[in-house]
Design a protein around this ligand. Structure first.
Ligand code: THU
Length: 195
């Protein structure tokens, strides 16, 4: 049987069209870019995470001469949030970038696959959707109402027999899900949750 997945998202010509709260997080992400350490790629990325209590946590890409040892801005931000504010769900993530040579990056910066996998576990673990706001240094902005939109058919802890955070957040993306998402982003879950 053939099935299809629809991925809803919002697209705006620039940041002017964003709500004040989304625009503010994107602005924070722009400030995070300043602390990127990217001498090898010369591509600086900033990620700002807003927690449900309003705390904003900053991340930027941190590279290493042994290339795989570095880390993307998004994971730096969410891991810092997890390490410093345990138990506080993540409400939103904004990502932006700047080329080290000053070249404008005029396309939305989208989290890599490894970051998506890391991010979705925070979404599932806290049972709270993470709003994702993506832009380059200028131009088009795209917004997703959850990481699950960016990672359908994600690898799940059930696959390794672990006591998993409940998955299948977001009925439009997952196939046959009976999950309900509240207007505040909370996920009605009959599954197990990890703290
Ligand atoms: N990078 C990020 O930090 N986030 C992304 O979403 C894409 C890529 C970083 C990794 C590396 O330091 C540089 O950008 C070039 O790939």
């Amino acid at each position: 049987m053939r099935k299809e997945i629809t991925i809803p998202y919002e697209e705006y010509a620039d940041e002017q069209a964003l709500s004040a709260v989304d625009a503010a997080l994107l602005e924070q992400a722009r400030r995070c870019v300043d602390n990127a350490y990217a001498p090898y790629s010369e591509f600086k990325v900033g990620a700002a995470v807003r927690l449900t209590d309003g705390t904003v946590v900053c991340g930027s890409n941190q590279e290493n001469v042994a290339f795989p040892s570095g880390l993307c801005a998004e994971r730096v931000a969410v891991f810092a949030a997890g390490a410093n504010y345990p138990g506080v769900p993540i409400a939103a993530l904004a990502v932006t970038a700047r080329a080290a040579d000053g070249h404008p990056v005029d396309w939305p910066i989208s989290p890599c696959g490894a970051c998506r996998q890391s991010l979705i576990e925070y979404e599932q673990r806290y049972g709270h959707k993470i709003r994702v706001i993506l832009q380059g240094s200028t131009g088009k902005v795209v917004v997703f109402d959850g990481i699950d939109r960016l990672l359908p058919f994600q690898f799940e802890a059930e696959g390794i027999g672990a006591d998993a955070p409940h998955s299948q957040v977001g009925a439009d993306v997952s196939v046959g899900s009976d999950q309900h998402v509240g207007s505040d982003g909370t996920v009605g879950s009959e599954g197990k949750k990890r703290n």
